[in-house]
Design a protein around this ligand. Structure first.
Ligand code: PMP
Length: 404
């Protein structure tokens, strides 16, 4: 082995941090551990029987296609099925507005590769999805965090940030938003707020990235129109994924946007992985074609809405009074906030060891290095009973901590 590995590393990789969540996954094998940490779907949501027969059919009828390299843009059949689905939901796109990516994490990386030079500004929520912060950070982005209220990112603070950059002759490369059941807070942006964001994007001529993995998992309340639809001018790019409504193991996502933007992402993707596996794409396309996706999403919603309700009730019952949490209308997460001086980061290992419960310390979602008194809880992965038991243990752990 060479002697100077550290010296030859790129500046980019030196600046990258391991994901606190991915690191936590190592503890998942610990006996009895209740994990509220990852963004894992329930294994019961996977359509195993349907997939067994579709996989056999694909191998029987179209193996030569499915096992070959595919186009970088993605399987035409899958892109067409996705376009039709958007159209059925009132979003006017064709397959030429859609490319397939190796799930949306790759889209985040490719978009960063396309837009970000070291030092470029990017606007994100405060807090926002850790994997996006990692992707933007790995290309040297300077992230400007906009605090959120219960309707989403604060429009006045957003405008202040845009104005401030403009006064220095700068503008951000894009605004990154997760309008539906945001990760980590679970907050959904109101339509009024969506329009305010679009107004600002137009006024300051900035692209919006609408990351949308949880949109379809609504358990109550009314669906809000996408920023993409409300905009209608091509200034918004949607990131979609099958990870939470089908199987994350397929690693299939997509980008919806203006063909000029997509074209550049495709060039970036050519150098990254040539194409997303045609095998999984074709299986997913046939799964959609058979009409399995929509009823499956309904099943998943039923399962998760109960899990969420139970978690909210259990938090109410067991958590110390000083702690508050969001009440999302869908998605996989909620965020708990404790007193100012609570440090969930410092307490995490103790919580795993003592209470055998894992959460994600909220600090990792805050690009300004704050949020130490917050934590993200996932309610989709564990069973209903385990969600209750986990809240009970978490509650007694934090009651003890706050009494000290
Ligand atoms: N964006 C957001 C907001 C997410 O929460 C996640 C996964 N938790 C992703 C993107 C990445 O998902 P995937 O790569 O599995 O599509």
């Amino acid at each position: 082995m060479i002697t100077d590995l550290q010296n030859i590393l790129s500046t980019n990789i030196k600046g990258m941090k391991r994901s606190a969540i991915r690191e936590l996954l190592k503890f998942l094998g610990q006996p009895g551990l209740i994990s509220f940490s990852g963004g894992f779907p329930s294994p019961l949501s996977f359509p195993i029987e349907e997939l067994k027969s579709i996989i056999a059919e694909v191998m029987e009828n179209e193996a030569a296609f499915a096992l070959q390299y595919g186009t970088t843009e993605g399987d035409d059949l899958l892109r067409t099925m996705l376009a039709n689905r958007y159209k059925a939901n009132g979003i006017d796109v064709t397959k030429d507005n859609i490319i397939i990516t190796t799930a949306s994490q790759q889209a985040l990386d490719l978009i960063s590769k396309m837009f970000i030079d070291p030092g470029d500004d990017v606007i994100v929520g405060l807090p926002s999805y850790l994997g996006a912060l990692q992707a933007f950070g790995s290309y040297g982005a300077n992230m400007i965090g906009i605090p959120m209220d219960d309707e989403g990112e604060d429009p006045n603070l957003m405008e202040e940030a845009l104005k401030d950059l403009a006064s220095k002759g700068k503008k951000p490369k894009f605004i990154y938003l997760i309008p539906d059941f945001q990760n980590p807070t679970g907050i959904t942006m109101s339509e009024r707020r969506r329009k305010e964001m679009l107004e600002l994007a137009h006024k300051y001529d900035v692209l919006i990235l609408e990351d949308s993995p949880y949109r379809e998992l609504r358990y109550e309340g009314e669906t809000q129109r996408t920023l993409y639809e409300l905009d209608g001018t091509g200034q918004v790019v949607i990131l979609g994924t099958f990870s939470k409504i089908f199987c994350p193991g397929f690693r299939i996502g997509w980008v919806v946007g203006n063909p000029d933007v997509l074209d550049k992402i495709v060039v970036g993707k050519q150098a990254t992985d040539l194409c997303t596996p045609p095998f999984t794409q074709r299986i997913a396309a046939r799964y959609m074609e058979k009409g399995y996706l929509d009823p499956k999403i309904e099943d998943i919603k039923k399962m998760y809405s109960v899990k969420q309700k139970v978690m909210l009730e259990s938090l109410e019952k067991y958590m110390p009074e000083e702690m508050k949490w969001t009440h999302p209308q869908g998605g996989l997460f909620l965020m708990v906030t404790g007193p100012e001086d609570l440090d969930t980061n410092a307490l995490l290992l103790e919580c795993i060891k003592e209470a055998n419960v894992a959460y994600v310390a909220g600090n990792s979602f805050f690009c300004n290095g704050k949020g130490y008194n917050t934590m993200r809880l996932n309610f989709s992965y564990e069973s209903i009973e385990t969600n209750i038991e986990g809240c009970k243990r978490l509650g007694s752990f934090f009651k003890k901590v706050l009494q000290k």
